[in-house]
Ligand binder design. Structure first.
Ligand SMILES: C[S@@+](CC[C@H](N)C(=O)[O-])C[C@H]1O[C@@H](n2cnc3c(N)ncnc32)[C@H](O)[C@@H]1O
Length: 207
């Protein structure tokens, strides 16, 4: 029997969606289902950084994965014209996987230049640690989806989780560097629930 995967995210639905958001999910989202792409962002939240990636990489296909439907709806609202619901020109490279990224990885043969994971859920209680997404097992899986010289870029303001991820990396074949990066503004970065001074970043590459 196949191993049951542990759920790494919280809720899939929050407050009721607006009529426009529901329309976008019903009519626009199906056309954005990804197959292959150049850059992947896992757990995009409300999608601020997915939009930055699309604007900064106009020739690339950017795939965002997020199971929280209110976040998916926020991204859809931000990338479409309010009157026509058409995708705005600067965002035509965006594709959305509105579910667990692990299901997407099972069906794609993409090799990504970049895989972004910004503020992954830290699951701070010891009994929830097994829900942490960035385990050695998952990082090993991600390493198989990197193109030559491809990078996994991780950011978190939860410094205990940061140290935990560094321990996990030791059980992978990935090489980690700590970059000097500008702080990336996302919704969770602004919330800074961990109350730390700044997020810390890691870049991982295949050896
Ligand atoms: C703390 S939020 C951060 C959101 C966003 N990156 C930001 O910085 O504002 C973590 C997100 O990761 C998503 N997530 C957790 N496990 C995931 C998985 N297996 N596949 C895709 N997304 C996942 C959650 O639904 C949640 O929205």
């Amino acid at each position: 029997m196949e191993k049951q995967e542990i759920r790494t995210f919280g809720r899939r639905h929050g407050k009721k969606l607006s009529t426009r958001q529901q329309t976008l999910i019903d009519t626009v989202l199906p056309a954005l289902k990804p197959t292959t792409g150049d850059i992947l962002e896992i757990g995009f939240g409300a999608g601020e950084h997915v939009r930055d990636l699309a604007r900064n990489n106009p020739d690339k296909i950017i795939i965002g994965a997020e199971p929280f439907m209110n976040g998916v709806a926020s991204l859809l609202s931000a990338i479409t014209d309010e009157k026509s619901n058409r995708i705005l020109d600067e965002y035509t490279g965006i594709r959305i996987w509105a579910d667990d990224v692990r299901d997407f990885l099972r069906e794609t043969d993409s090799k990504f230049e970049q895989i972004w994971v910004l503020h992954p859920d830290p699951w701070p209680k010891a009994r929830h640690e097994k829900r942490r997404l960035l385990s050695a097992e998952f990082l090993n899986l991600l390493s198989k989806y990197l193109s030559e010289n491809g990078e996994i870029i991780i950011g978190t303001d939860h410094w205990e989780y940061f140290d935990w991820i560094r321990e996990q990396i030791k059980s992978t074949s990935l090489i980690a560097t700590i970059p000097d990066m500008e702080i990336i503004q996302t919704r969770y970065q602004h919330k800074n629930k961990a109350g730390t001074a700044a997020p810390k970043y890691l870049i991982l590459r295949n050896a």
